[in-house]
Ligand binder design. Sequence first.
Ligand code: 5GP
Ligand code: ZN
Length: 122
Amino acid sequence: MNHDPDCIFCKIIAGTIPSKKVYEDEEVLAFHDIHPAAPIHFLIIPKQHIPMLAQTTMENTQILGKMMVLAPKLALEAGARPGKEGGFKLLVNNGADGGQEVYHLHLHVLAGPRPWKHELPG
Ligand code: 5GP
Ligand code: ZN
């Protein structure tokens, strides 16, 4: 699998940087964001080093779909309230203009009762 030894999220996958894990399987890892912008804020990342959404191809549709399908399930497990009253927000920052700071593709999952911090990640 493709890794970048200088990438902070590849180091989290390798375990050389600690994280608070939400979920892990052979293809993806989910862990709590170190600077939460909402009461619940975690990131879902592919274990493969893909720098940004704009660099994905049709070969990545399976992993991208898996990240999206996992998001609501993991949000509920992490304490997001179910149904119309509850919910969650998904966010992908892409490139400098998109506010991306870490160049390893990640899906932000934000949830919990409002108000949230006005400043969303990125
Ligand atoms: P971006 O702005 O690239 O979309 O989001 C990067 C996110 O990664 C930020 O919300 C930031 O708080 C989070 N982050 C950066 N470094 C670390 C780290 O070492 N550990 C964890 N858990 N989160 C991190
Ligand atoms: Zn990486």
